[in-house]
Design a protein around this ligand. Structure first.
Ligand code: ADP
Ligand code: MG
Length: 400
């Protein structure tokens, strides 16, 4: 894979596909980690006299403009972080984009409006995607792929566009791939994997491959309940993916066969109500054994005994990969499981990697010093698919 050092960028229009998909509360950015992560690549290009054209998706608009997903607040924040003004185009490939790019001086930076305001970006139809990629290509001379969080997507700006322009990987992608290689090649043992979060089906797939590599797998968050249900326990109204229960039993059997320690929560916090994440009003909950969840209650965090158990299982780790919060950490009453795992990673002597948009945000929002972790990845889905052993379209395109 070429890096930006291999490109002659001075005076050239350089398209940077970034992942600026930050969490927003209205137009307020609640975590700017992804903006800060790509800023060094942009700054380097600025310094070398490129005309930098940055593009990203934000949220899931439906292929047409939708003001709640505008990148305008991100342009302002990117400008603050870079310490240089960032021109904002009100569209992605229209009159505003063309005029904004044409007005760029050497060393100038522009951000285009949300790529997903155009149906061609995410289209499953190759021709429709190619047509949009050609419109994007008309805005630039060179392509730098640095949107790690989107490299598992076969989207126009990720997959089709690099084929149309001389291209290289940005520093963020180079770093992310380097870390993931470390997690798949020669890992320091014990290799402990912690999985949680809400996107259960997205995450079950990675277990297949990790069972061949990890020494211990600790399960929390929403996915724990599908495992508990598979073992025949009542899980009440907890997050459950009933059609995955057989898969879960297969994983448990495979883990036993391979001698991989597979650990499920022994206790959980349950409630009849999902907490109010806006007011953060105190929640009503109780601690129950994980095999005694009442039928009318929902599991929302791992319990105190599980927190200690998981901390102990992480204490001697040589390598840790963690993806997915242990509970609904957005509410303070259900943040303790996630806090305990984050703290255990900090206390661990091993190489620790946090992957996942919400996991990374949780670490920062809960007040941990992100520089104390081995690596905080900007891409949850992308890191998981890499660890599953899949070919990622955005990385394959940069190799070519
Ligand atoms: P990541 O972005 O780190 O990959 P996910 O997007 O899969 O993680 O999951 C994050 C979300 O999971 C958080 O919003 C959190 O509130 C939610 N979550 C965690 N545990 C539970 C649970 N037991 N029930 C419902 N939601 C949960
Ligand atoms: Mg998420």
């Amino acid at each position: 894979m070429k890096t930006i050092e291999d490109l002659d960028v001075a005076g050239k229009r350089v398209f940077v596909r970034a992942d600026l998909n930050v969490p927003l509360d209205g137009s307020t950015i609640t975590d700017d980690g992804r903006i800060r992560a790509v800023a060094p690549t942009i700054a380097k290009l600025v310094e070398r006299g490129a005309k930098v054209v940055v593009a990203s998706h934000l949220g899931r608009p439906k292929g047409e403009p939708d003001p709640q997903y505008s990148l305008a607040p991100v342009a302002a924040r990117l400008g603050e972080i870079l310490g240089t003004p960032v021109a904002f185009a009100a569209d992605t490939v229209g009159d505003s984009a063309r005029a904004t790019v044409a007005a760029l001086a050497d060393g100038g930076v522009a951000l285009l409006e949300n790529l997903r305001f155009n149906a061609g970006e995410t289209s499953k139809d190759d021709a429709e995607r190619a047509a949009f990629a050609a419109e994007l290509a008309a805005l630039a001379d060179l392509y730098v792929g640095d949107g790690f969080g989107a490299v598992h997507r076969k989207h126009a700006s990720v997959y089709d566009l690099p084929a149309l322009l001389p291209h290289a990987a940005g520093d963020l992608i180079a770093t992310e791939v380097g870390v993931l290689k470390k997690l798949t090649d020669e890992v320091a043992r014990p290799y402990v994997v912690v999985l949680g979060g809400a996107k259960v089906s997205d995450k079950l797939g990675v277990i297949d491959n990790l069972l061949k590599k990890a020494d211990r797998i600790l399960i929390g968050g929403g996915m724990a309940y599908t495992f508990l249900a598979a073992q025949g326990h009542e899980v009440g109204i907890s997050l459950l993916q009933a059609d995955q229960k057989d898969k879960c039993l297969e994983y448990l059997a495979e883990a036993e066969k391979r001698g991989v320690e597979f650990v499920l929560p022994t206790d959980v916090l349950v409630s009849a109500d999902f907490p109010d994440l806006k007011t953060k009003a105190p929640a009503t909950y109780e601690v129950v054994a994980s095999d005694a969840i009442p039928a009318d209650k929902e599991g929302l965090d791992i319990g105190p005994e599980t927190r200690e158990l998981y901390a102990a299982k992480l204490a001697d780790a040589g390598t840790v990969f963690w993806n997915g919060p242990m509970g609904v950490f957005e509410h303070p009453d259900y943040a303790n499981g996630t806090k305990a795992v984050a703290q255990a990673l900090l206390d661990s002597p091993g190489f620790t990697v946090v992957g996942g948009g919400d996991s990374a945000a949780a670490v920062r929002i809960l007040g941990f010093d992100e520089t104390k972790f081995g690596h905080i990845s900007t891409g949850g889905g992308a890191s998981l698919e890499y660890l599953e052993g899949k070919t990622l379209p955005g990385l394959a395109a940069l190799e070519g």
